[in-house]
Design a protein around this ligand. Sequence first.
Ligand SMILES: [Zn+2]
Length: 117
Amino acid sequence: MTGLMGWESVVFLHADILTFPGEDSAESVPMTPGTGPGWYRLIHELCRRLEETPKPWPVCTDIKVDRSGRLCFYVDSATDDQWKIIELAEELSEEICDDCGAMKDADAHCCSPKQYP
Ligand SMILES: [Zn+2]
């Protein structure tokens, strides 16, 4: 797992997007349990691109994986341009192994295939 970012460092780098105001204190958005570190870099890139757009930036409220294994990045609000960036990352997530971050290859499994309920 060398070379992969920890979730805490992604949250730290993009605190404006990945921290939501809680009741008493700000909380960082948890990565969905069961999602591997392969997507941390994808979300890092997603946040980096969102930060290139004019403020206000969207604030992430939840990160989930749908039944087909696709990333769902929920935000409080976003402009059209910001939505396009989020949708692109969600589409890319279908091509990227969430365990190791490699591009998926239909002919070769990089890791053991995941089971989704
Ligand atoms: Zn893999």
